[in-house]
Design a binder for this molecule. Structure first.
Ligand code: URP
Ligand code: ZN
Ligand code: ZN
Ligand code: ZN
Length: 481
């Protein structure tokens, strides 16, 4: 068998196995796993870990926020930073503006992504205005391989419960997954208003303005809405023990419910919001960072399988007038852009603090960073594993390299994880057999990444929770779903 490229001598790990083998690649795909393979081009991976390339499933790239603010990263800097962090593929958001058609929304993001991305990409479609004509467009969205939506329960971009149900029902019919930002909007508004009235406006008050209870209420409601129509649901950026328990309980009951958490909830606390001056603004994200006890509980939920993915929620707004302070330097916390970067830090942090420190196993790391995202977002087994026929999306890691985190390759002027000592870094990253990062150097060009048409969500292991009220056998024959 002729190979364009062979990765020789490494230790391979998938979501289920770890073994020594060479990988033979032809036409961008893995065609051989074996011993003593030869090829026109060879990468020596002796002493290295060879993993499926990471899939970053939650990041904001070339996207306007709910406040209308453009992220600092476009598809060039965003994809480059993702690749340096061990990712071969990412799925940012295409955000519908109110009144905008889905066709127009997707055309806008195609224009932003196609010429610039160095890694493969797709989008989750954020729906902010699911009016009847938009709902009619959605089947066509599945046909072009976009099989996940996102909705907000807070911000100006929020949808009502009725609109949320309409979206869940469409996704259910087409085998797609709806992601939700779950926080109770009125509880947040009440708290923020009371705090501001009392003169409590510094960045630190972002934390009390967004109580854990507001997340838990919204997660409970989101799960209830999804169960009503038996639709798959992904609760993104779960930041509370109560929220994680709700996800876990729903999964144990068979509901098509998935959870995601993010490094900021594992590595930062509200003490970071309390830094002097306006420095706390760097740590404003929503839901807010919590406390050390929460971190410990979230790690246990990661180890126990409550969370299918750990994503960065990379939302890059610089610590200047283009980002955090777009509404001025001397503003209250309500006007400071929400979000922090992390697309390049996610996998090294999870490897170092998870695998090296023994909180999770290597195979679980692969599942959380790549395989589960591929399954949930309809890219498996083309992406997310090392198997014959899969795309050669591969990250080669040096598990012993230790570095202190500093400036990353994104367009940001700060790194919230600055100064962390991290052991284990990706050194070479391939997308479809093509080197994107080669021994720490960028070699791919903008536009080398390709759009990935995605398929149905893999619901293996869950049964769904059809209610007696929607089951024709027990609701006097009414066909509802
Ligand atoms: O604070 C955050 N996470 N901003 C990004 C938008 C979102 O909520 O996902
Ligand atoms: Zn269809
Ligand atoms: Zn969110
Ligand atoms: Zn987000």
């Amino acid at each position: 068998m002729k190979h364009d490229l062979v990765i020789r001598g490494g230790t391979l790990a998938t979501a289920s196995e770890t073994f020594a083998a060479d990988i033979g690649i032809r036409d961008g795909r893995i065609v051989t796993l074996g011993e003593d393979l030869s090829g026109e081009d060879v990468i020596d991976a002796t002493g290295k870990l060879v993993l499926p390339g990471g899939i970053e499933a939650h990041c904001h790239i070339a996207q306007e926020s709910g406040m209308g603010l453009m992220t600092a990263d476009d598809y060039e800097s965003g994809s480059i930073s993702a690749a340096f962090g061990g990712n071969s593929c990412f799925v940012p958001f295409a955000a519908q503006k109110k009144g905008q058609s889905v066709a127009d929304t997707l055309a806008t993001y195609d224009g932003r992504a196609a010429p610039k991305s160095v890694i493969d990409y797709s989008y989750h479609l954020i729906l902010t205005d699911p009016n009847p004509s938009v709902l009619e467009e959605l089947p066509g969205v599945f046909d072009r391989g976009i099989t996940s939506f996102k909705v907000f329960m807070t911000y100006a971009t929020r949808v009502s419960d009725a609109q949320f149900l309409d979206i869940l029902a469409v996704a259910q019919r087409h085998g797609g997954l709806t992601m939700v930002h779950a926080e109770n909007h009125d509880m947040l508004t009440y708290m923020a208003t009371k705090l501001a009235e009392g003169g409590y406006v510094e960045p630190r008050y972002h934390a009390p303005a967004r109580p854990a209870l507001a997340e838990e209420e919204a997660i409970n409601r989101a799960i209830s809405l999804a169960r009503l129509v038996d639709a798959p649901l992904m609760i993104v950026h779960v930041s509370t023990p109560g929220g994680a328990s709700l996800v876990s309980k729903a999964r144990h009951e068979g509901a098509y419910v998935f959870g995601e958490t993010c490094p900021q909830y594992l590595f930062l606390t509200r003490e970071d919001l309390n830094r002097p001056g306006m420095e706390g603004a760097k740590y404003i994200c929503s839901p807010p960072v919590r406390d050390a006890a929460t971190q410990a509980v979230l790690w246990r939920h990661i180890a126990a399988g409550t969370f299918s993915v750990v994503s960065s929620d990379h939302a890059p707004y610089r610590y200047d007038e283009t980002g955090k302070f777009a509404s001025g330097r001397d503003v209250d916390f309500r006007k400071i852009a929400n979000g922090m970067p992390g697309i390049e830090m996610r996998l090294p942090m999870m490897f170092s603090e998870g695998v090296v420190k023994g909180r999770i196993g290597l195979n679980q790391f692969v599942a959380l960073s790549s395989t589960n995202a591929a399954r949930l977002y309809g890219m498996h087994p083309k992406k997310g594993t090392l198997a014959i026929g899969a795309d050669a999306d591969i990250a080669i890691w040096d598990p012993t390299e230790t570095r202190v985190a500093g400036k990353m390759h994104d367009a940001m002027d700060y790194n919230p994880f600055d100064g962390m000592e991290i052991t284990g870094w990706p050194v070479t990253v391939l997308t479809r057999g093509r080197r994107v990062i080669d021994r720490g150097e960028l070699v791919a060009k903008p536009g080398d990444g390709a759009f990935v048409a995605r398929g149905r969500t893999d619901l293996t292991g869950l049964t769904g929770t059809r209610l007696p009220e929607t089951d024709p056998a027990t609701n006097f024959g009414a066909e509802i779903l």
